[in-house]
Design a protein. Structure first.
Length: 526
């Protein structure tokens, strides 16, 4: 009965959206009015959601990814770039655009609990969950709060730095985009009357801003913004917008274009069975290169950075095993119901980020360690982490000893970070020799865990699932037989990056190290 009701709501909303999209054409923007200064060597960053090294190599070997192959042969290929944590797009994009982890940029994950407002923030994880949290909240979180209240003002995005230094930039379909230009997004009168979304939003964007059906340049894209095409959040739309900028001589110093399609296929078909989808993405790259006349010309005309944002790990087919139901494990506590506001007597709130979750303890009478002990009983947990003062503790299932660490100590890692560590190193698969820390299964684990535990206020635990498993809550997206991400494991965390047009590279192979390098490529200091 409940399911039928949701289905009915979904059908009604889709119909309303179709009607509205038809009348929402003013989202077309004129490129002519934009005074774009021609740049000698523009940088174009193509973000291919969930692009991974092994399947990419396989696609190339089978002759199904000629554009990727061409880029690699004419540039540099880095196969093991370390992503941000949790390995969810909004957090990673925020790291790329600001050069910081989440303790500085303050976008903790796709879903997290805002202690001050006493509510779950969700930038749009799944249709069902979205309906449970309320469409209006999710739209506002995604379209407004993500960029304008959550993404910290203490950090500057690449777009903001460039604007301050007199350079221009473009953002195509990226969820994180904050820039210096005021822009009004006209949403919908009808839906605002139904109190489902605000009528319009004032946002700050780079000079050139494309955002699905809500902001587009290319008239060709009118056909790529239908509700069943995710309102323009698709590869075709992104490619057309980029092509339109190139064709009209309006490519700014820096462009970031987001290609979302591949992620969907990896989730559905698993980490190695999505070669068809890579082939499709490759075709979009070919379309873009074609604009230049020849592929050589394309590479001569710009510095290209083509990269993934996170990997994905397999999720077992057998739901009874592969899905970890945290609410069942913690059912001796009173857990917040997603359909309701957080209540006074709620003891636990859970924010699901696929293979990672934040567990918030709202009850001062409960010790975090008590919850940790319950979680530890399940051997599907990769790790469980929490903080106590400036110490971070990490435990795992099947191991009594824990690891404790904090920044600034005698131990150094290859990223130039120093740590004080004690306890059982194997919990985080660390090898330590002469005070030098080497990471194994969990790349840059100390910094990524530490920053995630300091990304927002609250008394919370991080849980992270082993490959093969994912967390499942009420209405959260699940992928049995497919794949998911979110965790700190190398399968979720390592991404490939192809760079052409320069022999320089970031100081370290981590997404947080891209920012100073990109600014340097553009001769800007930041
Ligand atoms: Zn995904």
């Amino acid at each position: 009965m409940k399911k039928m009701l949701y289905l009915l709501i979904i059908i009604i909303v889709v119909l309303v959206i179709i009607l509205l999209i038809r009348g929402m054409r003013p989202a077309n923007q004129s490129l002519e009015q934009k005074a774009v200064t021609k740049t000698e060597n523009p940088v174009i960053l193509l973000m291919i959601d969930s692009l991974m090294d092994e399947p990419l190599r396989k696609a190339i070997k089978e002759g199904r990814a000629p554009a990727f192959k061409y880029l690699i042969e004419h540039g540099h290929y880095y196969s093991n770039m370390v992503s941000s944590y949790p390995t969810m797009s909004v957090t990673i994009d925020s790291s790329i655009l600001t050069g910081t982890y989440s303790n500085k940029h303050r976008v903790p994950g796709l879903v997290w609990y805002d202690e001050k407002e006493k509510r779950l923030v969700n930038y749009g994880s799944a249709r069902e969950e979205v309906f449970k949290l309320g469409v209006k909240n999710v739209i506002e979180d995604n379209l407004y709060h993500l960029n304008h209240s959550h993404l910290s003002r203490d950090v500057k995005t690449i777009h903001e730095v460039l604007a301050m230094e007199g350079a221009q930039s473009a953002s195509i379909n990226a969820l994180v985009y904050r820039g210096n230009e005021e822009k009004t997004l006209n949403l919908s009168k009808a839906l605002s009357k139904l109190d489902m979304m605000p009528e319009s939003l004032k946002i700050k964007t780079p000079l050139l801003f494309s955002y699905g059906a809500l902001a587009q340049f290319s008239p060709k894209n009118n056909q790529n913004t239908q509700p069943w095409e995710r309102l323009g959040f698709n590869d075709k739309f992104s490619a057309h917008e980029l092509i339109y900028l190139i064709e009209n001589g309006k490519l700014p110093a820096f462009t970031i274009a987001y290609f979302p399609d591949l992620d969907k296929n990896v989730h559905k078909d698993g980490p190695m069975n999505h070669i068809d989808a890579i082939e499709k993405t490759d075709r979009q790259l070919q379309e873009v290169f074609k604009t230049y006349g020849s592929w050589d010309e394309a590479l001569d005309s710009a510095t290209w950075i083509v990269m993934g944002d996170s990997g994905q790990a397999k999720v077992g087919e057998d739901k009874s095993q592969s899905l970890i139901h945290l609410n069942k494990m913690l059912d001796s506590y009173k857990i917040h119901k997603i359909t309701e506001p957080v209540k006074k007597d709620d003891q636990i709130v859970i924010a699901y980020n696929e293979r990672m979750a934040f567990i918030y303890n709202l009850d001062q009478n409960i010790e975090l360690e008590e919850i940790v002990k319950t979680l530890q009983k399940d051997d599907r947990m990769n790790l469980i982490a929490w903080k106590n003062g400036s110490d971070v503790h990490v435990a795992t299932s099947g191991q009594k000893e824990k690891l404790t660490f904090r920044p600034n100590g005698d131990f150094n890692d290859k990223y130039g970070q120093s740590w004080l560590i004690r306890g059982e190193y194997s919990v985080l698969d660390l090898s330590v020799n002469n005070f030098q820390i080497e990471y194994g299964t969990y790349p840059d684990a100390l910094a990524r865990l530490y920053t995630s535990l300091h990304s927002h206020s609250g008394n919370y635990i991080i849980v992270d699932a082993k490959p093969g498993f994912e967390f499942a809550g009420d209405g959260t997206p699940v992928h049995p037989g497919g794949a998911a991400h979110g965790s700190i494991h190398k399968q979720d965390s390592l991404i490939p990056m192809i760079v052409t047009g320069t022999d320089t590279k970031p100081k370290h192979m981590r997404v947080v190290d891209l920012y100073p390098w990109i600014l340097k490529l553009l001769n800007k200091s930041g």
